[in-house]
Design a protein around this ligand. Structure first.
Ligand code: FAD
Ligand code: MLT
Ligand code: ZN
Length: 505
């Protein structure tokens, strides 16, 4: 009786200690590079410490994030070709206490995929093979480094589609998508990755390969460990393989951009669209006037005619996907007629795509907002879940707050915009500034997070926590939740080598 109790108390104490002081980490050195050279091909190592040092320009794309907001000083990028190689690299880092940053397509928007200091970057891009696909069940098993768009292209001849889609599809990787629990444009229809991912292969922080690459739809044998890695942002291990349920390609798709006279009409429109389109409604995306204007200004998609946008306060992109063109067209046309004919029309007008090129062009306006914003200036991106009814209020309140601080001027904050996934209750509040400055950041934080907390929302709906929001986690998670997250981290990664400084405060 006595001995176990003492053991329990000791374990509790060591957990507490781990919370207060993160273990010191070591830098990669020339001996590590020599060790890696024993089992990796020379092209898998990019390092300024190699006998033939790589120029720092080769490391730059791995040290800087997509927005050029977060910057690391890693000396070494490792690009393994197999799970076994990942495991060997991780074993060495674990022994030596070297921090590892897993990196996919480096399209993340919260600074999670780049080092904070000189951690080793483990880039998955060389692991890019489809392992298997079953056209009957639709289950795809792929290396983590497969680019999302290339998986969509692989599936197309098999009449299947990926259950997720995002503007970054040309660069982001399925391992990165899983690790961020990416949402995107198809979540309304196919749900989150917590549902569609069936299994994962993960290299744990001590180098052990956890093979949970199940291809079963149903498996109720105890704790579902894979869920821990979905959205863990590389803090618990390195995802090397993904088993995912893909969807049959719809036989008929339509999309339409609707111009609305006022934001207040968005919710009644959503309610109507859900009721009238029911099972064929596959996306309901929103962007305000400024977001639209920026997309057009920076050449994203084909602009609508001026008379189609006149007097519009905001826009909705609505997509239908179904199995019978006549049936789907009839339903969509019915909705549009109903919208136009009512005494107080919810929309001013709408543009419906007639060809695949027009379909893509309408989507390009919505998907291109992120790129347009980055061309316009430096973006402070808040990716929040709040009640739908508050979308406009939050954007307006933030703008007014910045105005009251004297920051709404061309050499400080140029625009405050809102867009996002109405169907998922996810607003993207973007503050487009001329430069990233401490003054603007201080005006925005904790202001925005407090607004979110007021509505019991989430400070990260889909982009994750990364390095950007570690300090803001408590606005959306209770102390008890954070404590248990820390305990889980401690169990998997007692040395704290996996993506240090990310997710947990
Ligand atoms: P990275 O940026 O490389 O990494 C992201 C995080 O995952 C990091 O913490 C990294 O350490 C970790 N990670 C990456 N690969 C692995 C791995 N194999 N194992 C363990 N950890 C790993 N996000 C959305 O949710 N919805 C959107 O609609 C959306 N649209 C976007 C549009 C654009 C134009 C851009 C630039 C970004 C968008 N994003 C969106 C954000 C981003 O694309 C997603 O978060 C994406 O899932 C990141 O994938 P990645 O491969 O680029 O990961
Ligand atoms: C989007 O919905 O466009 C993405 O999440 C990217 C962004 O927030 O800019
Ligand atoms: Zn989004």
């Amino acid at each position: 009786m006595f001995v176990p109790r003492r053991l329990v108390r000791a374990a509790t104490l060591s957990l507490r200690r781990a919370h207060t002081s993160a273990p010191a980490l070591n830098s990669v050195n020339a001996e590590d590079i020599a060790h890696f050279s024993k089992f990796l091909t020379p092209t898998s190592i990019i390092s300024t410490l190699s006998p033939q040092p790589s120029p720092s320009s080769e490391l730059a794309p791995f040290n800087n994030d997509w927005m050029n907001k977060y910057h690391g000083q890693s000396t070494t990028v490792i690009r393994p070709r197999s799970t076994q190689e990942v495991s060997e690299v991780v074993k060495r880092c674990n022994e030596r206490g070297i921090g590892i940053v897993p990196q996919g397509g480096n399209t993340g928007l919260v600074g999670g995929g780049v080092p904070i200091k000189d951690e080793l970057v483990l880039s998955l891009g060389n692991m890019n093979k489809v392992r298997s696909f079953d056209p009957v069940s639709g289950i795809l098993v792929a290396d983590a480094g497969c680019v999302l768009e290339s998986l969509s292209e692989y599936l197309a001849p098999h009449n299947h589609i990926m259950p997720l889609d995002l503007g970054a599809k040309g660069s982001c990787q399925i391992g990165g998508n899983v690790s961020t629990n990416a949402g995107g444009l198809r979540l309304l229809r196919y749900g989150s990755l917590h549902g569609s991912v069936l299994g994962l292969e993960v290299v744990l922080p001590d180098g052990t390969v956890l093979d949970q690459l199940s291809t079963l739809r149903k498996d109720n044998t105890g704790y579902d460990l894979k869920q821990l890695f979905i959205g863990a942002e590389g803090t618990l291990g390195i995802v090397t393989g993904v088993s995912i349920l893909t969807a049959p390609a719809p036989q008929s798709v339509n999309n339409v951009v609707l111009a609305l006279p006022k934001f207040d009409n968005v919710l009644p429109l959503f309610t109507k669209a859900k009721r009238q389109l029911s099972e064929i409604l596959s996306a309901f995306e929103f962007f305000d006037r400024t977001a639209y204007d920026l997309a057009v200004k920076h050449g994203q998609g084909r602009a609508l005619n001026e008379d189609e946008t006149e007097g519009a306060e905001c826009f909705v992109l609505l997509e239908t996907s179904g199995g019978n063109k006549d049936h789907d067209d009839e339903k969509l046309n019915g909705l549009l007629e109903n919208l136009m004919e009512s005494d107080e029309p919810l929309i001013n007008t709408g543009v419906i795509s007639q060809t695949p090129a027009q379909f893509s062009s309408l989507w390009a306006i919505r998907e291109g907002i992120t790129e347009a914003v980055s061309k316009e200036g430096k973006a402070y991106k808040y990716d929040i879940s709040i009640p739908l009814a508050e979308f406009k209020h939050v954007v307006d309140t933030t703008r007014e707050h910045l105005r009251s601080k004297g920051l709404m001027r061309d050499d400080a904050v140029k625009h405050v915009i809102g867009y996002g996934h109405v169907g998922d209750g996810n607003l993207h509040l973007n503050i487009v500034a001329t430069n990233y400055t401490p003054e603007i950041e201080a005006a925005l934080e904790p202001f925005v997070y407090e607004l979110v907390a007021k509505y019991k929302g989430s400070v990260s709906a889909e982009h994750g926590v990364g390095v950007m929001k570690t300090h803001a986690l408590h606005y959306s998670k209770s102390d008890t939740s954070i404590e248990w997250m820390k305990r889980i981290k401690q169990i998997f990664d007692p040395k704290g080598i996996m993506n240090p400084g990310k997710v947990l405060p």
